[in-house]
Design a protein around this ligand. Structure first.
Ligand code: ADP
Ligand code: NA
Length: 333
């Protein structure tokens, strides 16, 4: 079993990114390895180019994402952790696969339609071709399983179609078909000021999100000031219907504590937010402070980050090069 997963380099990471993405990766590393499987994680910096980003920002985001992953528990000794751009075989295989993928297949990709919006003619070719690079990312390593959220299911199907057509066209058995890895649904964290909107770095209100880089005092203050309602906490989750702020804070508590929301609710049933919010603030500080401190330490040591990515890339290249060579041979190159 080999699981391959990529994440786009984003900066200013917040609690939503941590609970919804980073923490899931750490849990996956432990689960897959407990079953004797291998985990490969990469920062998708090449995919990051598909919508314009200032070069310095892309560099900084890749570094921040790496520091965050390592600080949160991705172990570069146990998982292969690297960035795409350091492994040229991703780009090279993507070009080969471009000649296998059909325009009609890409035209059906809903994520391109969503991201390009009305300005399809103005979208980059890279944004259109994004799913072919994604196919190369996983086929290069003969990934057996690829974790996919709802929005990526169609892209994994495409990778399977490309692999099947390559094998048929070139009378080859080079590529095996990766299966989707369905994991427990990641929690969706909402804004602390308006629980109908997702917690997001694009929200202009500083109080709406907890940043992973926030100090203990700032974290605690944001939870103390989080919007809530005057009612007491009920005994069951169903009774939280119509109370999005309460539900969101419960979700955050449960995700940080690795408990079910119902379990947390049972502990606080009959109490008000005057009791719940300080407990949440303490828990958040206890869980986030060690990650932040390690992130800060790593961000101050660019050489350490560089060496983590380079050593990961070395391992990735050793696996990728034979696949690329075999694909080239199969195609007559
Ligand atoms: P943002 O919305 O702040 O721009 P990104 O779109 O860069 O965040 O998301 C990076 C990763 O973090 C994705 O896997 C995404 O699903 C996850 N993520 C982002 N915001 C949240 C949130 N509020 N709750 C849960 N997961 C989130
Ligand atoms: Na976003």
């Amino acid at each position: 079993m080999r699981v391959v997963s990529g994440i786009k380099p984003t900066g200013n990471l917040h609690l939503g990114n941590y609970l919804g993405a980073v923490k899931q990766w750490v849990a996956m590393q432990d689960q897959i390895q407990a079953q004797g499987g291998e985990t490969m994680y990469f920062i998708a910096d090449l995919h990051g180019l598909t919508e314009f980003i200032a070069p310095a920002e892309l560099t900084a985001n890749t570094i921040e994402m790496t520091a965050t992953l390592v600080a949160a528990g991705i172990d570069p000794e146990r998982s292969i952790l690297f960035n795409q751009a350091r492994v040229p075989a991703h780009s090279e295989l993507a070009w080969l696969l471009n000649n296998v993928a059909r325009v009609g297949w890409l035209n059906r990709m809903t994520q391109f339609k969503d991201k390009a919006g009305k300005n399809r003619e103005g979208a980059s070719v890279g944004l259109y071709d994004y799913p072919v690079l994604m196919a190369a990312d996983v086929l290069l390593y003969n990934a057996t399983h690829v974790p996919v959220g709802e929005d990526q299911k169609q892209h994994l199907e495409l990778a399977r179609d490309i692999a099947t057509k390559f094998n048929a066209d070139y009378d080859s058995d080079l590529f095996s078909l990766p299966e989707p890895l369905i994991s427990a649904a990641a929690p969706r964290i909402m804004s602390l000021r308006d629980a109908t909107a997702k917690m997001s770095k694009s929200n202009p209100s500083e109080q709406s999100l907890v940043k992973l880089i926030d100090s203990d005092e700032v974290i605690a203050d944001k939870f103390r000031k989080a919007k809530t309602d005057p009612d007491l906490l009920p005994a069951t989750m169903e009774e939280l219907d119509g109370r999005p702020e309460a539900r969101n804070l419960l979700t955050i508590f449960a995700a940080l504590a690795d408990r079910s929301p119902q379990d947390v609710l049972s502990e606080f049933a009959g109490k008000g937010f005057g009791a719940f919010k300080p407990a949440l603030a303490d828990l958040a500080v206890a869980k986030l402070a060690p990650i932040r401190d390690e992130m800060v330490r790593l961000l101050d040591d660019r050489a350490a980050i560089d060496s983590i990515l380079e050593r990961g890339a070395e391992k990735a290249r050793a696996l990728a090069t034979p696949t690329l060579k075999a694909a080239q041979r199969a195609m007559g190159l």
